[in-house]
Design a protein. Structure first.
Length: 157
C-alpha cells in the first residue's frame, strides 16, 4: 500500500516537473518571438523614411476590417496633397507588421499624377497592423495605420 502511494507521489512530482519545464521553455520563447518582429519592422521603416519623424495626419488607409483570404486584400491609400510642383507627395510606402518581409509596396509619385492615391491588392500572412507612410516634397512624412483580421493567411513562411 505504501508503495502505491509512493508511486503516485512520484508520478505527480514528475508531471509537475514536466509541466513546469514546458511552461518555462514557452515563456523563454515568447520574448524572442515578440522581439524579433519589431526590429525587422523598425528596420524596414528606417530604410524607407530614414530618421524622419512621421506625423499622424493627412493619410487615409482604406482596408477591410476582416479579410476572408489573405492572398488578395484590397488596400487604398489617399494622401491629402495639392500635388503641385511646390507641394506634392513623392512616395507612398506600405508595411505589413507580421509578414515574412514587412515592406510590401512603395510607390514613387510626381505632380503629374494629379492626386496622391494608390490602390492595390496585397498578401497578408496573418491578422496584423498595416502601416502607410507618405513622403512629401517638403520633407514631411505622414502616416496612418489599420488593423486587419485575416481568416486565411496568404503568405508562405
Amino acid at each position: 500500500m505504501n508503495d502505491d502511494r509512493a508511486m503516485t507521489t512520484d508520478l505527480i512530482n514528475r508531471r509537475a516537473l514536466l509541466r513546469a519545464a514546458s511552461i518555462s521553455v514557452v515563456a523563454l520563447m515568447i520574448p524572442y518571438a515578440q522581439a524579433a518582429m519589431p526590429d525587422e519592422v523598425a528596420s524596414a521603416i528606417r530604410e524607407l523614411i530614414g530618421d524622419a519623424l512621421p506625423r499622424d495626419s493627412g493619410v487615409v488607409l482604406q482596408v477591410p476590417e476582416i479579410a476572408e483570404n489573405g492572398a488578395v486584400v484590397p488596400v487604398t491609400v489617399l494622401v491629402d496633397s495639392p500635388m503641385t510642383a511646390e507641394r506634392h507627395v513623392r512616395a507612398i510606402h506600405l508595411i505589413a507588421t507580421k509578414n515574412p518581409t514587412p515592406g510590401i509596396a512603395s510607390f514613387q509619385l510626381t505632380p503629374a499624377a494629379g492626386r496622391a492615391q494608390v490602390s492595390m491588392r496585397v498578401r497578408l500572412a496573418e491578422s496584423q497592423r498595416l502601416l502607410v507612410f507618405a513622403e512629401h516634397s517638403d520633407g514631411v512624412v505622414s502616416r496612418a495605420a489599420a488593423d486587419i483580421k485575416v481568416s486565411v493567411g496568404g503568405c508562405l513562411t
